[in-house]
Design a protein. Sequence first.
Length: 216
Amino acid sequence: MGKVEPIRKMADVYRIEDTLFKLGTPRGDRMFLLFEVGIFLGLRIGDMLKLKVGDIRGKDTYTFVPEKTDERRHKDGTPYKNYRPKKLTITIPAELRKVVGEMCRDRSDDELLFPSTHQRKSGRPMSRQTARRMMAEIGKLAGLDYRVGCHTLRKTFGYQIYRQHHDVAWLQTWFQHSSPSVTLIYIGIADDEKKAVTDRMPFQDRGRFDWSIKRR
């Protein structure tokens, strides 16, 4: 499975939102909600699918134990003794609270935000496989010419915030990465910077050659 990219152009973000919003179908609404929660919170898909309506609706913050830090293990698979997983508190933007409030108007706070449609009575969330299929469908519906997946949501969150604020330390804390360089690589900024450097190489053709001479 290849690497997925962040959505770098805000025009693409708006096109996705408009496309999903106008579908007017239950599946379209689920994809719209998945997309909005993903780009506004930047959570891993496993943590996102555990969300309940009441975790977002009417709340300013959400505190949880990230999936990948809930239990540290040695190389042999045994857990560390006396390990206390760190909780992470994230802020919930007003725009997202509005989206969830409108789309979940008839749902109770203790309902999963993304329940399984195949196992409605099980109380289980949507599967990761379903979320991946939805993201692939979102990319096709919006006519994107690059591959998107569940990580696209988290990467887009980080990419757009970095472009606006250039605060890699804040993003590193939010993503719980080991270093700023890991964060920059993850959100695709490192690739952008490499391309920007090579695009401005001093050895490129600077209009010195008349190529028509070679073609005579």
